[in-house]
Write a protein of this length. Structure first.
Length: 143
């Protein structure tokens, strides 16, 4: 288990007050956990910016009646099969579907797939969830 380290931080009062207000709205019980999350998010963002191996997700909302759209989405999934480790398909309404792609691979390749899906005519909404592999982001102490 990792040891806890305490350290002091000096910041402007306005920033301190906004931070406290923000973490309270998010449900944090203390500043330490909020700061740990901010640090972890920074490490994840850094891995995505350095084209590292990361995990993530791409969500797609589309009208499945749009001509040829489903085939184009499927073709992209097959073209990027090496980074797609799982998919989930949900019928939202008679016309609308949600497809979620769980990915693992080089961040640039995941972003490339995201961009190609986003560019498809008929796709209503696409979003990307950037995540990382925790043990690679913060090396865990195995003592």
């Amino acid at each position: 288990m990792n040891k806890l380290v305490r350290f002091g931080v000096s910041i402007e009062k306005d920033l301190h007050d906004k931070f406290n207000e923000g973490i309270k709205k998010l449900g944090y019980e203390n500043r330490s956990e909020a700061i740990r999350d901010l640090m972890r998010n920074s490490f994840v963002e850094d891995k995505w910016n350095r084209n590292s191996i990361v995990v993530g997700g791409i969500s797609i909302v589309y009208d499945h009646h749009k001509r040829e759209l489903l085939n184009k989405i499927m073709d992209l999934q097959h073209n990027y099969h090496e980074i797609i480790i799982s998919t989930q398909h949900v019928h939202l309404t008679h016309n609308d579907c949600l497809e979620i792609l769980i990915t693992k691979g080089k961040s640039q390749t995941i972003k490339e797939l995201y961009g190609k899906i986003k560019a498809l005519k008929g796709v209503g909404h696409v979003s990307i969830m950037q995540s990382g592999i925790l043990s690679e982001i913060i090396k865990l102490d195995e003592k």
